[in-house]
Design a protein around this ligand. Structure first.
Ligand SMILES: CC(C)(COP(=O)(O)OP(=O)(O)OC[C@H]1O[C@@H](n2cnc3c(N)ncnc32)[C@H](O)[C@@H]1OP(=O)(O)O)[C@@H](O)C(=O)NCCC(=O)NCCS
Length: 166
């Protein structure tokens, strides 16, 4: 099974108190058939991505350094991906050639929400980001989710602008 980043990097950061049927691990190439894109579809428009296009993008992300730390939660019983969140590390010249972490694409399957899976994902990524030595981590969210993210150490900083092309 090909992982998008080294699973041994993740293991120390995964909380221990999660149900036995759930596995927290890096995104794998065969997650295409485990509902990964359907899960992302609960977050935003995914578009028409077939298996070949998924695998091509997966491979490009896997070999890019620093890696895309895409973490998923698989329900072993149903063999479905039921949660995902990404930590993307961006290299800088500033802060002594430091790196900044960006949390992206946080989503938990609708039937699994409010069971602390989002918390597992965020705790895992924050711990992983610290261990990777990023000087800060940031994310974008709607105002309704400020209370959710503030539980994991994020503080509101409203100087955020976007320009959309699509
Ligand atoms: C946001 C999301 C990831 C949270 O996942 P979750 O697994 O349901 O969250 P958890 O069960 O870990 O929540 C832990 C605590 O966070 C808080 N919380 C969770 N969702 C919240 C929400 N939508 N608004 C405010 N607080 C929330 C609650 O205090 C919750 O504890 P409680 O259930 O005991 O009250 C999930 O609702 C989701 O996927 N939403 C759709 C996609 C999305 O909006 N993603 C975020 C993009 S920035």
């Amino acid at each position: 099974m090909s992982s998008i980043f080294d699973a041994s990097l993740l293991a120390p950061h995964v909380p221990q108190d999660i149900p036995e049927n759930l596995k927290v691990r890096p995104l794998a190439k065969d997650d295409f058939s485990k509902g990964y894109l359907e899960l992302l579809g609960q977050l935003t428009a995914v578009g028409d991505l077939d298996q070949e296009a998924f695998e091509k993008r997966f491979e490009a992300m896997r070999v890019s350094v620093p890696n895309y730390h895409i973490v998923v939660i698989e329900d072993i019983n149903s063999q479905k991906v039921v949660g995902s969140a990404s930590l993307v590390v961006e290299m800088k010249f500033i802060h002594g050639a430091g790196s900044r972490g960006r949390v992206e694409d946080v989503v938990v399957s609708s039937e699994m929400r409010r069971q602390k899976l989002g918390a597992v994902l965020l705790k895992t990524l924050v711990s992983l980001g610290k261990s990777l030595g990023v000087y800060k981590m940031s994310l974008e969210c709607v105002p309704d989710l400020l209370p959710f993210y503030s539980q994991f150490g994020f503080k509101d900083d409203c100087n955020f602008m976007t320009q959309r092309f699509q």
